[in-house]
Structure formats: C-alpha cells, structure tokens
Design a protein around this ligand. Sequence first.
Ligand code: HGY
Ligand code: MN
Ligand code: MN
Length: 420
Amino acid sequence: MNDNPSRSTELSANIRRLQNRIEELGRIGAITGGGVWRVALSDEDQEGRNLVVRWMNDLGLSIQVDQIGNVIGTRAGVLDCAPVLIGSHIDSVATGGLYDGALGVLAGLEAIQTLSEADLKTQYPIAVGFFTNEEGVRFTPDMMGSAVHQGSLSLQTALETVGTDGQTVGAELIRIGYAGDTPVKNMTPQAYLELHIEQGPVLENTNTTIGAVTGVQGISWTEFELQGVSNHAGTTPMHLRHDAGYVAAAIAVEARAIATDFGDNQVATIGVSELTPNLINVIANRARVTVDLRNTSDAKLHQAETRLIGFATDTAATEGVTLEKRTLARFSPVEFDTVIIDMVEKAAASSNHTYRRLPSGAGHDAQMFAPNCPTGMIFIPSTQGISHNINEFSSEQDIAAGMDVLMKVLLELLQKQLSN
Ligand code: HGY
Ligand code: MN
Ligand code: MN
C-alpha cells in the first residue's frame, strides 16, 4: 500500500470506464429514443441498485443497506472512523437523463477504484452511496433517503408514505429487497461531496466548465385537491357553476404571476394538473394540481406560498369549490461549507478549468448533509441547460473535468483534519 499522499497528485481517473458505467446503468430503464425511466423503488430502480452494488462488491467495499434502502460502500482508511462520503442517487424522474444522480454515484465508484489501483492508503475511510428516492416523483418528499439518513425526516413517516400508485415506501423496499437493517442516522461523514450536472443554463451560457456550488435554494411543493360539481358544459349557466377545472387553471395562472411579480430567483411550476372526468363537454367536478415554488430567499419563498394559498382559497370559495391542500415538500435554502467551496475553486484553477460560484436551482442529497458536516458540490455543464428531459447531456470532456476536480478535492479531504 502506498501511503505517500504526494503521489496522489499524479492520480487520474479512468474516464472511459466511468463513461462505460454511465452508459451501462443508462441501459436499465432505458426509454426508446433516449433517456431513462428508473422511478424510485420500481423494478428498474431495483435493477439499477443491483448493478451498482455489484460494482461495489467488485471493488471489495464493505456495503451497508439501511432501513430506508440507502446503500453505502466503504473503503477502509488508516483511521477507523466516519468516512469522507461521496453520494448522489440512481433513481430518476419518469423522463430522466443518463447523468442526473448517476454521474455522482459512478464518479464516487471511479474515485475509489482509482485510489485502489494506485494502492493509495488514505487517512480517512472513503465511501460512496446512493440514497433512496431523491427525485420524489412517486413518493414525496424528494431527497427522502438522505433526509432520513441525516435525521431531518423520520424513518416511520418515510416508510408509511403512500405513492402516486397507492403503494407504500415500506412495502416497496421489501418487495425490491432493499429494506436494510443498518439503522438510519448511524453516521455523520467527515465531509460529504457530490458531483452533479448543473441541470440549468448558467455554466454553458458563461462558457464555464466547473461550478463551485454555494448552496441549494428553498423548495416548496403544494398539492391542491379541488371538489366542485360536474354538470353539462352547454346547459349550465355560468353563475351556477362549481368548476374545479377553472380553479385549477386559475391557480396555474397565479403561480406564473407570482414568479413574474417577484422576479429575481423566484420560480414556479405546475407539474401535475389532472381533471375528472376530463371530458370536453363536462364541467370538471374534481381537479388535482401541484405547485413547485423555489427561491434562494426563505423569506420570499414564504411570501410566495402565502400569496398562492390565499389566492387558491379565495378563488375556490368564490367558485363554490372545496379545496384541500397538502404540503408535499418544504426545504429551506442551505449554504455549503466555504472551506469546500474554496477547495473546489482551487482544484479547478490548478487544472486551468474555468469555474464560477453559483447556487443550485435543483434539490440534492447534499443539502441534507450540509447542516451536519462540511458539505460541497461540484457542477459540470448541462448541454442547453436541459435536465429532467430525455435529451439531458454532458460531454465526456466536461465529465473528465468534473472527475478531475472531484479527485483533487477528495484527496485533500481524505488527508485533511476538517473542523466540524
Ligand atoms: O426536485 C428536485 O430539484 C430534485 O431533482 N429532486
Ligand atoms: Mn439529481
Ligand atoms: Mn433530478
């Protein structure tokens, strides 16, 4: 075993092997025409998990599956203590790309394999993990597994969560064989690091290769269930209508108005809008609509939520439609560790990669670790800023740059005493 950390500067990962793994994992749940469907706790997620666990086994990692199905593989260090953890997710949205989440997990595997092939001993153990249900499209909230791992969501609440198809998280974990017995909240890493695609246009539009991520913006997911009265589209006078479809549409228009009026970083998305009976000549008696609000400022996000809910409540009352609302996810903005942000910038500069600081518009498992240990993220560009779309793409050159920065920061973390 080589314990000369200075040799570590010569370490370079095998990008072809990383690309091959991205493509191999991408064949699981592959959508004809491109992209992946690997929704949390589905058969496809199970198959993807099994593949990554096989790769962890091939590397001789000590593998733990916890009670919410998070999987962490660890390579021992000189010290017998909590590891430096590289993580992300392998579940996807229903119209996912090859890189969202998968890049971070497979880059972690590649980093460990590179260390082992160099026979390099590290002070701290290093671990790579994938967390259950990061996307939150079948079971809410998103980042479920990492939230339970770090104690901000109770295991029981998560296991009892009923998905969009009526199944519970607990039952599905058992069905796919990932209801582990390692207790959750069992580990706070020395540090947590995540390589991820930006999923937005900033890096590409500014010709920048590396993002030194400063934090994650606040996220608010609300579901409105509206109950009106079905009636004939032609015979029912307008003043006698209780049109759930109209209220759902009004909520959608108001969500966009909030983003327009607030400006700055405020975004608003109507992701789900379902009418019942959904027929051209029938006034909808039921509607389900979801609103995703995000802002880097928690205070402004609260203002946006208050305006949205006030509008929805008043509009439903005026229309004589009952309204039930459910908060599906609510995360305040988080800041990442300035020491790690500096490390990312220094590592990028040392390899002459262009870099810049930016907040993350998307949620990530990293945000669940940020309150508890030094945490940071490295972004690489998304072509045309596209993600949560089958056309998501990042170039091999940018992946190599992200891997290069990850290795450099990792090696520093693995040998460095970090103040907690
Ligand atoms: O919703 C998000 O930002 C993440 O993709 N789960
Ligand atoms: Mn992701
Ligand atoms: Mn995602």
